[in-house]
Design a protein around this ligand. Sequence first.
Ligand code: FES
Ligand SMILES: [Fe+2]
Length: 442
Amino acid sequence: MTDVIKEQTQEDAHSPSGRKEITAERYLSPVVLEQEWEHVWPRTWLYAGVASDVSEPGEYFVFNIGPESILVSHSDDGEIAAFYNACQHRGARIMVNERGWIKDFVCPYHGWTYGRDGGLTVIPDIDRFSQGIDCDAQSLVAVRTEIWAGLVWVCMDDNAPSFDEFVGPLKEQIEPYRMEEMVVAQDQTVQLECNWKAVFDNFGELYHVEHIHPQHALIFDCPTSRTRLWKNGHTSVYIDGFTVNTRLSIPDEPTEMMQRQMISLGMDPEEYRGRILDIRKDVQKTRREMGPVLGYDYDLLTDDELSDIFQHNIFPNMIITLQPDKALIMRSRPHHSDPSKCYWDKITLVMPPAKDAEVKADLQFMPKPKPIPHERPEREEFTQEDVIAGRKTMDITVDQDVHLIRDVQNGMRSRGFQKQTLNDDESRIQHYHDWYSWYLGQ
Ligand code: FES
Ligand SMILES: [Fe+2]
């Protein structure tokens, strides 16, 4: 159904060879969970959080992943650095609050104190360490850090490739959206009853979309999506927006969802009766013209990027979905000991319009710039049951996935299921698992 472009051209010793079996064991076995701790998590670059949370000296956040906890801090000299969140005295976790501002990092157990740069500054009753103590050697242990696209990335392995090498050509795909200028509009985590890869796989194919997300047929054309497979296990998919599923019958007038989106751009849906396949190109034109009026700078975006969805799955566990003025960051984090549980994070970033944007009232359909939250919202954490019962929502599409994912994990537990059988439209899952196998030495 989809057009697959393979970008994995660079043959080297690190490229995985052959199509690997995706067994149920990968999702169920505590042994595999342990192997991932040794071979996958430490050796890759992981998205830790948004850089705007540490934009001032003293701001910090904690990135918890499985049994590990990493402290990201903005030091006095303006550097953003990351450290293992473990006191060098007897190992206590130093910061348990997720995010905040501090003068120093003070261990709650015996009061060892570390500066914002991780250096050990105070040891209560230091003379009682009669063996002598070297403060420099007892500083917090640093983790490699990189700031890119407004996000903080960390890598626990000093010998792993550089961030640039790891992320490769995805850089030029993502940078034109200027995510570093966006602000956090929503921050959510749902606890899921499935393996962390089961939910990540779910966002690696569009085969399920016609089955569980019928609303997408009214705004996107998934059957004509383009897929790219990159080195290091990353994948991308590009989906036409402001259109309909062209495999189904084409309606005469814009669908309700399209109408809502068109009105938000100042377009008159009435004009498109009988010619709704023209909408996408006209949206591109309208955005190009109206962007500067509304305070948005689209100079770096191509015409297709003005109407379509570009989704990038970055190995091993995060997804960036891009539209003009908006990015969704989703991430799967493993449970520390149970392979059948994980955390699914979703952060929405939005672009604030330029302050001097002047909205001219005489244009009939001119919308107002979208409202931007005054304060960074706190993270909401809830369970899969909260979503299923309708107490919480992560938006209709993600809710639909959340409804289903527990049953996928349960089905894989059956004696009657051994391994997956993928089709061509699930090539991104296969590609991801081929690289996953390579990391595990399989
Ligand atoms: S473990 Fe941190 S001060 Fe003792
Ligand atoms: Fe889905």
